[in-house]
Design a protein around this ligand. Sequence first.
Ligand code: AMP
Ligand code: GLY
Length: 425
Amino acid sequence: MKVLLIGSGGRESAFAWKIAQSPLLTELFIAPGNGGTSNHGNNESIHETNLQGLADFALEYNIELIIVGPEAPLVEGIYDFFQNDATLKHIPIIGPSQEGAMLEGSKAFAKSFMQRHQIPTAAYMEVTMDTLPEGLEFLESLPSPYVLKADGLAAGKGVLILQDLNEARTELLAMLDGKFGNASTKVVIEEFMKGIEFSVFVLSDGVNYKILPTAKDYKRIGEGDTGLNTGGMGAVSPPPFVTEAIMQQVEKEVIKPTIEGLLKDNIVYKGFIYIGLMLTPEGKAKVVEYNCRMGDPETEVVLPRIQTDILSLFISLQDGKLNEHKLDIIEDTAVTVIMASGGYPEDYEKGKVITGIDKVTESIVFHCGTKKDSNGNILSNGGRVLAVTSLGDTWEAAVEKCYKSIQYIHFDQQYYRRDIGTDLR
Ligand code: AMP
Ligand code: GLY
C-alpha cells in the first residue's frame, strides 16, 4: 500500500516510524516531513495546506491512503476536497470532514456540540460584539479566574486565563476587536475548572471506536510547570492517576456520547479525536477541549505503546469495521522528553548541528523540528527539535532512560526540562 502522511513535526515522525513497521506498506511519502521522517520514507516538499498540490501528488503517485497529522488541512477541508472530486474520492483520508474538524476549529461549535449531547464540560457563553452586554453580565456572574477563548484557531495562543475582572473585561473587548484577527471576532467565555489535565485519544470509523493509550503533557517551558506555554515539553503515557474507574466514567459520559453525537448530527468522522480532560477535585472528568487530530508530543508516547499494525486499523476505518480489530497495548509506561532550541517559545536560532542521535540505544529519538543538509548532517529547524521517548516497566525507569539517552545528544543552545514525570511521584 502506498501511503501519504501529511505534516512535519514530532507527531509525524512518530507516525512515519509506526507506519514503516507495517507489513502492508509498500511506499511511504511524507509532505513535507522533516529530518527524521526521511528515515522512514520519502519527503515531498508540498505544504500541508496546499490541498491541490497534495491531490496532484496523490494522483500522480497512485496513493492509496492519506493520513493527516496536523489540524490545519482538516480545518481547511481536505476530507471534503477529496470527497467532492470524482478523480480523488477513492483515496481514503484518515481525518474528519470539515464539519467534524470544527470540534477543534471552532470553540463555540465544540461547546454547543457538548451541550446538545450532554457531555460534561465547563459552563459557557458565546459572545460577539453584538451580544457584548450579555457577555459582560455572564463574565461578572462567574468567580475568578476568568477563561476567555478565541473561537477560531489562533496558533495555540487564543486562550486567556485572567485573575482580575477588570482585566477580563478589557481583554474580552480587545479580543472581539480583533486581538487574534478573525479568530476572536467570536469569543467563548467559560467557567474555570480546577483540577489535573490529561488527554484521551480515540480512533473512530464514525460508528465504532477504539480508546488509545491516555497521556499527560507538560505544556510550560520551565521546570515545575512555570513560564510560557509551549506546544508541549514532554509527555507520559499512561498518567498513573487516571484510574480504571475514571476511564469508565470518561467512556460512558464523554466518548460514547461524542461518537453518538457525531452520528446524530450527521457529521462524517473517520479519524482521531483528541479529548482534553480536566480531572476535577470531585473526581469527575470534564472536557476542556476537543482536537481533530493526535496530540504532539502525546503521539510520541501513545504510538510506541500500540502493538497493533496501524495500517490495518486505518484500512478498517474505511469499511466501518474497526470493531473487528483488536487493539493491543503495551503495559509499559512511555515517557518523552522534548529537546528544544534555547529561547523557545520566543525567539530562537535554527541550523545548529545535532550530534549523537546514533549513540542512543535505549530510547527512540523522534524528530520534531529538524532537517538534513546535503552532507547528511541533521540540523535544528524549529523550536521543538527532538522528542526522546523511552519505555519502562515503571515510569521512573522510562524517565531515567530518557535522561540517560539525552546525555549522548548535543546541539548548541539545547534546552530541555529535567523534571518530566517527576510530579507523578
Ligand atoms: P484549550 O485550547 O481550550 O485546550 O485551552 C488551553 C488550556 O487552557 C487548557 O489546556 C487548560 O490548561 C486551560 N483551560 C482551558 N479551558 C479551561 C477551563 N474552562 N478551566 C480551566 N482551565 C482551562
Ligand atoms: N500537546 C498539545 C497538543 O497537541 O495540542
